[in-house]
Design a protein around this ligand. Structure first.
Ligand SMILES: Nc1ncnc2c1ncn2[C@@H]1O[C@H](COP(=O)(O)OP(=O)(O)OP(=O)(O)O)[C@@H](O)[C@H]1O
Ligand SMILES: [Mg+2]
Length: 372
């Protein structure tokens, strides 16, 4: 799929923008602080209804304005579809094919993107929270049910934590209510973790050969989902639920004592293993970068295998960070098959056929014009 047209109104430093894109590499050039990342972010937000940079949607609205609007026309295998997202101080409204979607979980997934930005190094280096967010966003793109379950899970988790606080402070003593909340909590937890295991397995399958290519055959990558409870990918849903039940039985008193939920997918992690060592702890900066890049490129293939078309690739400020070999490896992988947006302050030193054939845009103070 590719984005043919993008319209912005009151989006960050863009008062008004209309841009047309082709299904190829689009280079976005500009000095610092002119609005390159803002354009990339707007495409990401149009797809995911969430920014990759902030969880505060209000930041996306131009400073002195009431609302921001992003519109796009996406060309897919079976035709062209319009998407629209309005962000106001009250919340978000999303339209797919001119029809307002009651739930954002129904809207997300109509357009697929993969973003690779410098902060994605945090995927490997950062906290488990970063990795869980990555897993959730990416499964969400290909599975609306997962997004829906995740939303319900967050609610139940909050309720359960709230109830555990009441038990802790003895404002409540009724244990039946805790059992009921826990039953719902564990049912959703098993579903979520089951799905995550499957996703990680698939992602690993795509990431292994890509990583091998980028590291010139010198390194092997493994992905390992690390649950906070002793479940494994070999268990089916009902067996998983049993493991959760046993865990609940064990930690119940401690949970009441502490007033908080101590097990579940919100405490799980993902490990990246390179040549049998955890790359978060033992990897060099370069190995961590290669790992993050392999995982992102694997995601492109995973999305294609799941939905039957390539997603749109957004490369913000990353090309110049890669050495020549990784740069050309990346550009060779996407060449001719993935609509790609690349931002950079200068194309000097990036010598690749793909960029010579690319469309180029210049961004200056919240305006973007095609220059090639
Ligand atoms: N809500 C907002 N309203 C108006 N302007 C904003 C808003 N949020 C951010 N900006 C401005 O947008 C400008 C451009 O930001 P952006 O991150 O897109 O720059 P960039 O071109 O990617 O720069 P760099 O090369 O440094 O990454 C910044 O100067 C910032 O002050
Ligand atoms: Mg930027």
């Amino acid at each position: 799929m590719y984005i043919e047209q993008l319209l912005l109104k009151n989006y960050r430093n863009y008062t008004e923008l209309e841009a047309h894109f082709e299904n190829k590499v689009n280079v976005i050039l500009g000095e610092n602080a002119q609005g390159k990342t803002n354009v990339m972010e707007s495409i990401y937000v149009l797809a995911m209804a969430k920014s990759h940079r902030t969880s505060n949607d209000k930041e996306l609205i131009s400073w002195d304005k009431e609302y921001a609007k992003i519109e796009g026309r996406i060309k897919k295998n079976h035709g062209s579809v319009p998407l629209q997202l309005i962000i106001s101080k009250k919340g978000k409204k999303a339209k797919f094919n001119h029809i307002e979607q009651q739930k954002l979980s129904q809207y997300v997934g109509n357009m697929n993107v993969v973003m690779f930005a410098p902060e994605d190094l945090n995927l490997v280096k950062g906290s488990p929270q970063v990795r869980r967010r990555f897993i959730d966003m990416e499964i969400g793109q290909v599975s609306p049910i997962y997004l829906h379950d995740m939303g319900r899970f967050q609610k139940i988790l909050q309720q359960r934590n709230h109830y555990l606080k009441l038990l802790q402070t003895k404002k409540q003593t009724d244990m039946t209510m805790l059992d009921i909340l826990t039953e719902q909590f564990m049912t959703l937890a098993s579903k979520i973790v089951h799905k995550r295991f499957g996703f990680i397995q698939l992602l690993e399958k795509w990431a292994i050969p890509i990583h091998e290519g980028i590291s010139r055959g010198l390194e092997t990558l493994k992905l390992e989902y690390k649950p906070s409870v002793d479940v494994s990918e070999h268990l089916d849903l009902s067996k998983m639920l049993e493991v959760y039940e046993q865990k609940y039985f064990k930690v119940k008193n401690k949970e009441i004592e502490r007033g908080i939920t101590l097990f579940g997918p919100h405490r799980d992690d993902l490990l990246f293993i390179v040549n049998d060592r955890d790359v978060q702890t033992f990897g060099s900066q370069g190995q961590q970068r290669t790992t993050a890049l392999s995982v992102k490129l694997a995601e492109i293939e995973l999305i294609r295998s799941e939905i039957g078309e390539y997603p749109i690739l957004l490369l913000d400020d990353v090309l110049s960070e890669l050495d020549d070999y990784r740069q050309s490896h990346l550009l060779n992988t996407i060449q001719g098959k993935v609509q790609t947006f690349v931002t950079t302050t200068s194309v000097d030193g990036i010598d690749h056929q793909t960029l010579k054939e690319a469309a180029a845009f210049k961004v200056e103070a919240g305006k973007m014009n095609r220059i090639q």
